[in-house]
Structure formats: C-alpha cells, structure tokens
Design a protein around this ligand. Structure first.
Ligand SMILES: Cc1ncc(COP(=O)(O)O)c(C=O)c1O
Length: 453
C-alpha cells in the first residue's frame, strides 16, 4: 500500500476521521437515548485497575474497528456510497434487483444458476417437509439423515474416490480439516494467493507455513528439495481456480512434485467445480486426471452447488478420520436437510445438463476477449468464471463500482487489504445466464467509466 494508504488518506487525517466518527456515534447515541456517556478519553472511575489502557477494554478502540471506520468514513467524505451489504430483492444470478432496481449481475457465484432453479428449490422444499429445517444435533450423535449420505456418495462418485464428508461451512471445512490433520512437526506449503480459510487452518494446526509464488510449481519444488526432510507430514494447498484472479494451476505438475517429495496435495475447488471440464467436473476433468491423483479434494456448496457448506473427498482413511475427529464436524450441527437436498439436486442437474457448463465457459471467454479488446487489464484470468478488471487503486475500484451500479450493472470492488492496493479491482463473476448483449453493454460502460475516473 502507498504511504498515504487506503483512499489516499494521511495518518493525521485518518486519526481525525476516527475521532470525528467516534464522537458522532456518541452524539447520536446520546440523542437517541437521552443519556450522557463518559467522554472517549474518560477515566475508569470505580475500577480497581485504573492503569489498564482504554484500548484493552473498549471495542471502539480495537485496531480492526478503527480500520473499518477509516475506510467507511473516508468513502463517505469522498461521496462514495458503500459497496458493501447491498440487499438483493430476490434470487441473484445473471441479473438481479437491488432496492427495486434491475441490474446485470456480476456479484454472485451462482455460476450455473442452480440457486433459484425450480428443480433445486423443489428438492429443498421436499426435504423440509420430510426432515424439517434443522437436524438439531451433530451428525455423529443423532443428526444424520439419509440425504447426507446420499449427497456424499454422489460427491465421491464425481471424484472417483472412496468417500466424501460435508461440513456446514466452506470456510470452516478448510479451517477444521487442515487445523486438525496437521501439527507442529509438519509443513504447510500454499500458493501465495490461497484463500483465507487455508491460512486460518494452517495457523490453527501449529504447523510451519510457507507460501510459494503464485502457480509456480518450480518454486515449490525448490522449497521441498531444501526443506522436506525437516518435517514429518507436508501438505501442499492450491486452488482449482483462484478466486480473485480467475486463473488456474498446472495441476499435473503439482501432482508430479507432491509424489517426488512424498507430500499430500489438497486442491480447493470452490470456484472450479462445475466450471472447468467438459461436464463441469472440475480441474480433474479439465486435465483428465484420476481422482486418486490428489489426496484431498475440497469444494464449497455455495457456488455451483447452490447451497452453503463445504466438502472433502478422498480415501476412506481420510474421510472416516475426519468424521470421527475433525472438531468442525464432530462438535457442529449436521447440514440442514434443505441445504443437503438443494446441493444434491444441483449436482444431479449438473450431470444432466452439461450444456450449462459449455455456455458458462463460452460467456467467460467472450467477456475476457471483449475486455482485453477494450484495453481493460484482466490480469492472468483464464476467463472461466472469474474475470478481474484491475483498477490500480481502492478508490478507483469503489468509484467504478458505484458508477456501474448507477448504469445498471452490479459488480463488487475488491479493495485493500483483500488484495494489494495497486491491484485493487472490480471482480466479475460470470453466469451461464449472461447474454453476449449484456456482456457487450457491460464492457462498453466499463471502458467508458474507466476513461472518466
Ligand atoms: C477458494 C475458496 N475457498 C473457500 C471458500 C469459503 O467458502 P464459503 O464461502 O462457502 O464458506 C471460498 C469463498 O468464497 C473460496 O473462494
């Protein structure tokens, strides 16, 4: 990030903004309640520990909260409406409605339109009628329903592996799987652009964590040649399609390296399952690999599978182990039946309708080609499902998102710290429902606004 930081604010202005924001909040609270609050710098009257600094016992002084206030207040001062927490009126797919306004939508990873699909919706409703809305217990104790196993068997079949296990959150799937399986004598090696859930899992595990340059299997090979013998287990984690950049790894090379160094390979297919491969069966199908070539297949239900949660697919010894021991499974409620039913139905629809996948792939490539033709920086995107338009600063990304919204296009800005400040961007999630006309219109408006801002 530049010395001036987010939205180009200096540290004095930041401090002043924080102070003003906090005072404004207190004043509003006083107006609303008729109560006079202690001044922000006020003492700790009645306390037996008067020397404990205020930032250790007041939430508004937490550094994370202050950072949020800087961004939000800075944006408000610059006249930018917040791009966050926009409320969609209904299903969000290729199009959506926000506050009654119809928009072409690039903000949702409903790539194949299964969320909102009548077959998927009917399956969820039927599951509610039969099983209720919650299984009301962890699966191991008394929360298991036939739909859970039916869905997991279907996932294992898709990957050509022994079995699969589903978790109630995609993010928690990686946190608990990595966090449980690895420990302080182990090494976790991950791509430098890996998703936060892998980082959190690695942190929880206590293993040593190292990153290698994005998609650089040769760099990974180098680290392992040097360091493999210092550790017991080694886990390599990569993604099928990278969620911010829309590119993908040379998976056969990573498999070669993990075999050479006797390491485990985990592939997070959050954005590649349903998207890559002729039938949408993911990066495995794209490269014509066997399911057993990868040790841990991970995916989320929140993208193509129209649900909420995550899965791990692999050999029996992995899945059974996680079912009995992974805290995020063992000590957490089983997946709600309508979610399992919706994702199973989406998986079955995917297998019957590969034409949706072909259309999504064609639209993604078309978007990428048109954007590049218009001179837009799309980074290393392969045009599968995620195409960034790199804007060069958070401020420019936020302004462009707002300008496009005003012109009927919904796309989220990705700001620092989610990506480095100079690679702030608009991130376009493609849908098989986008038409070429909608894409042409989007590129025309984007290029026009980029030339102005
Ligand atoms: C690569 C990757 N893995 C895991 C997750 C977490 O999945 P979920 O949002 O379903 O919890 C995401 C979220 O988008 C992701 O992009």
């Amino acid at each position: 990030m530049s010395r001036k930081g987010v939205f180009g604010l200096t540290s004095q202005i930041k401090d002043k903004l924080i102070q003003q924001a906090l005072e404004r909040r207190l004043r509003n609270a006083e107006d609303a309640t008729g109560t006079r609050f202690m001044p922000l710098s006020g003492g700790a009257s009645g306390s037996h520990q008067p020397d404990i600094p205020e930032q250790f016992y007041r939430f508004h002084l937490h550094p994370g909260y202050q950072q949020i206030r800087i961004i939000n207040d800075g944006a408000a001062r610059l006249g930018i409406t917040s791009p966050f927490f926009k409320q969609h009126d209904g299903t969000a797919s290729g199009t959506t409605r926000i506050g009654g306004k119809a928009l072409i939508n690039y903000g949702s990873y409903n790539y194949l339109g299964f969320s909102g699909d009548s077959i998927v919706t009917a399956a969820a409703k039927a599951a509610i009628d039969r099983y209720g809305t919650s299984v009301s217990a962890s699966r191991i104790v008394s929360g298991e329903r036939p739909i859970h196993r039916e869905f997991e068997r279907a996932l294992a079949d898709v990957y050509g592996v022994d079995d699969a296990i589903t978790f109630v959150s995609g993010h928690a799937t990686n946190v608990t799987t990595i966090g449980y399986l690895f420990g302080p004598k182990d090494l976790i090696l991950h791509d430098s652009l890996i998703h936060n859930c892998t980082l959190q899992g690695a942190q929880l595990s206590g293993a040593k964590r190292l990153s290698f340059a994005h998609n650089d299997w040769a760099a990974l090979d180098g680290i392992l040649t040097e360091q493999r013998r210092n550790f017991e287990r080694v886990l390599i984690v990569i993604e099928g399609i990278y969620s911010m950049d829309g590119d993908f790894p040379d998976l056969p090379k990573f498999i070669e390296i993990k075999r050479k160094h006797r390491a485990f390979l985990m592939v997070d297919e959050a954005h590649s399952f349903g998207v890559m491969g002729k039938n949408g069966l993911g990066i495995r199908e794209h490269f014509s690999l066997a399911g057993t070539d990868v040790d841990i297949w991970m995916g989320t239900l929140s993208k193509v599978l129209a649900g909420c949660g995550g899965y791990i697919a692999g050999e029996t010894a992995l899945v059974e182990h996680l079912k009995f021991m992974a805290p995020g499974f063992l000590y957490s409620v089983g997946m709600p039946p309508p979610v399992a039913a919706a994702s199973l139905a989406a998986l079955q629809c995917l297998r019957k309708q590969p034409e949706r996948v072909a259309t999504l792939q064609a639209r993604g490539k078309y978007f990428l080609k048109q954007a590049q033709f218009a001179g837009i920086d799309t980074g290393s995107s392969s045009g599968f499902a995620v195409v960034p338009a790199i804007t060069g600063s958070s401020l420019r990304a936020a302004k462009l998102s707002h300008a496009l919204f005003e012109r009927g296009i919904s796309v989220q800005p990705i700001l620092y710290p989610a990506v480095p400040e100079k690679s702030a961007r608009l991130r376009f999630f493609m849908s098989y429902q986008h038409t070429e006309e909608q894409i042409d219109e989007t590129i025309r408006v984007l290029a026009d606004e980029m030339s102005k801002i």
